[in-house]
Write a new protein. Structure first.
Length: 158
């Protein structure tokens, strides 16, 4: 079954480069079909127009549409990670050439915003003990790249 909604990412000219990065960083990812601009199209004839790819079964389309549209942090991709090693690997790969922000946010070198978070973050932040949840929140607000052990230590601090 084809998914109902497919994220469509507008790049200037870096769609192929972005697809290569994303499919290299994520374990269950693959590049798909590439379409090229025809003669007389809005892009140089033969250059990549769109490239499809998937990450963890989620299909995406990347477009080389020119410089008139820019990415914004108003839309980001949340990546739920199962381990510190996964957080560290994705954080390093996605933030290289980009910028980092507090609370697990980063912008990759193409301008796409990502949130690289531990899968258990919501559970830690909604601990039934309000004092424990507040300690996790304070710890999270002080982090750029998430540190799972530090979040647990904050929760368990007396």
């Amino acid at each position: 079954m084809q998914q109902k909604i497919t994220p469509f990412l507008w790049f200037d000219t870096q769609a192929e480069e972005a697809v290569a990065l994303y499919t290299r960083l994520f374990k269950d990812a693959r590049a798909g079909r590439v379409t090229r601009y025809p003669e007389g199209g809005p892009g140089p004839a033969g250059s990549v127009m769109t490239a499809t790819f998937s990450i963890e079964g989620q299909a995406f389309i990347a477009l080389n549409g020119g410089p008139m549209v820019k990415f914004s942090p108003a839309i980001s991709f949340v990546v739920h990670c199962d381990s510190q090693a996964e957080i560290d690997r994705l954080w390093a790969g996605l933030s290289e050439g980009g910028s980092t922000q507090p609370c697990g946010w980063l912008t990759d070198r193409f301008g796409v915003s990502w949130q690289v978070v531990p899968r258990e973050l919501d559970q830690l932040m909604t601990d039934p003990d309000p004092a424990r949840a507040q300690r996790v929140m304070r710890a999270m607000l002080g982090m750029t790249r998430f540190d799972i052990a530090a979040l647990h230590a904050a929760r368990d601090a007396a």
